[in-house]
Design a protein around this ligand. Structure first.
Ligand code: DLL
Length: 445
């Protein structure tokens, strides 16, 4: 294989040669890219140490894909400890953009991109979009947050690459979303599944005639949802919904996506090496079994990340896909192996909430985080006890405290929670490990 030529054509989004590449060639390509990525990684202090310990002093020490297993896992904690530049492997002049994980207090995880990295990422997102049947005739309304979150700019660039008319509407404001759809004849949208359900409910409420919009498809991701939810959105909105998976550490969207067969998400193995491990033993599990997804990025020079523990639970389908693509398919992601919550698409760790409320002297010792459905959206309620010397009859200071907690929490986790104050000693105390989170969302909406 002539690598020079392959590199030039590879990241074009219409490239059956890569999507239907025989497995043997695909693995040869992966090995080349893995060596290249190890070369970038060896420029960072973190991986130089890690790889040396694993007996890898230079990319040439990686002789086969099996050698990947010699490399230790990388965790979110490692990335946090490397903040801000510990994982940067090119000079700062070569970096053209950064993205950071959403909703973090303390230390965020930051990913840097070179111009070439953005080009490759855009190619993968465009491939996903094109694979669902979109063309330059489509009008694409990107109803997801722009900014540090990767969903906005990632899909924006991918949509433009396909040649669609892209409307950067961002999330929220359903009335304006409907106007844009009607004015410009939107045919495709991108949103979290919960926002799509919200859009449908609002459509009914505001009397928007379904026939006044031309919507055909939606890309839905950034949070877990069930097959039933997909079906429900498809039926209610009369559109095709495609599952879209990604994470900021691996660029963002464009990691795995459903094709028109809609049976599992093709993980783009020319850009990523995927493994499924047992989170307890850390051993690889056989294909077809569930476990934690571990990813190595092969398409980024500025921030190489090897064997990243995503904490997402998935597995590989074993049979080939009827679409003919050779890249393996992942099961729908059903949950996580850590306690990260995804609330209306925003990632929140309970510890972030704890940090905020426990820093306030007026707050007592016990608290409870509740997430439930409010219509189709998620609602976060933070219940905290007040200190024993607080008078519960004195509403003015209590309201001021509630407001302070709400504002501080919103500033740190970007979600506006409901806050309830409870008398000292009135919230349930569990016997064993404290139960701080009650996720009351039914799995199947
Ligand atoms: O959510 C990137 C993205 C943007 C994906 C737009 C799809 C569409 P993060 O904010 O870093 O990045 O959150 C990543 O969200 O580890 C999963 O736990 C969860 N997640 C993302 N997509 C799906 C999905 C973006 N389709 C974390 N199904 C991941 C289930 C998903 N969970």
């Amino acid at each position: 294989m002539n690598n020079q030529t392959d590199h030039r054509i590879h990241y074009q989004y219409r490239n059956e040669q890569f999507e239907k590449m025989p497995r043997r060639e695909l693995e040869a390509w992966q090995l080349e890219r893995l060596r290249e990525t190890a070369g970038f990684a060896l420029r960072t202090p973190f991986y130089r140490k890690r790889l040396k310990e694993a007996g890898i002093q230079s990319p040439g020490d990686i002789c086969s894909l099996g050698d990947l297993k010699r490399i230790p896992f990388t965790t979110k904690q490692d990335l946090r400890e490397g903040f801000p530049y510990g994982f940067l492997s090119v000079s700062k002049e070569e970096v053209v953009r950064l993205h950071a994980s959403s909703g973090t207090t303390g230390t965020p995880t930051t990913i840097y991109f070179s111009r070439e990295d953005i080009r490759k990422w855009t190619g993968f997102v465009a491939r996903c979009i094109y694979g669902t049947g979109c063309t330059r005739d489509d009008v694409f309304q990107n109803m997801i947050s722009y900014g540090l979150f990767t969903g906005g700019l990632g899909f924006h660039a991918g949509g433009e690459e396909v040649g669609m008319l892209v409307i950067p509407s961002g999330s929220g404001n359903t009335a304006r979303q409907f106007r844009l759809m009607q004015d410009f004849g939107t045919t495709v949208v991108h949103a979290t599944p919960s926002f799509l359900l919200h859009v449908e409910a609002k459509m009914k409420e505001e009397g928007v005639d379904r026939d006044s919009i031309k919507l055909k498809r939606a890309f839905a991701g950034a949070e877990p949802y069930s097959e039933d939810t997909r079906r429900r959105i498809e039926e209610l909105l009369r559109i095709d919904v495609y599952n879209s998976y990604g994470l900021s550490e691996m660029n963002g969207p464009g990691v795995a996506f459903e094709c028109q067969a809609k049976r599992g998400l093709h993980i783009w193995e020319d850009g990523y090496i995927a493994e499924i491990i047992n989170p307890d033993t850390l051993e690889n599990v056989p294909d077809g079994e569930r476990g934690e997804l571990v990813l190595t990025i092969l398409c980024r020079e500025a921030t190489p990340i090897l064997r990243y523990r995503t904490r997402d639970l998935s597995g590989f389908y074993t049979e080939p896909c009827p679409c003919g693509r050779t890249h393996r398919r992942l099961f729908r992601i059903t949950g996580r192996t850590d306690d990260m919550l995804i609330i209306n698409g925003v990632n929140v760790f309970p510890s972030q909430i704890e940090e905020v409320i426990m820093a306030m002297r007026e707050v007592g010792n016990n608290y409870l985080i509740e997430i439930e459905k409010d219509g189709v959206l998620d609602r976060l309620t933070v219940k905290t006890e007040v200190t024993p010397d607080t008078f519960m009859d004195d509403t003015r200071p209590l309201n001021a405290l509630k407001d302070k907690i709400r504002r501080t929490l919103q500033a740190s986790i970007t979600i506006n929670p409901r806050v309830e104050l409870h008398e000292s000693g009135s919230l349930p105390v569990s016997e064993g490990k404290a139960v701080r989170v009650r996720d009351l969302r039914p799995l199947d909406i």
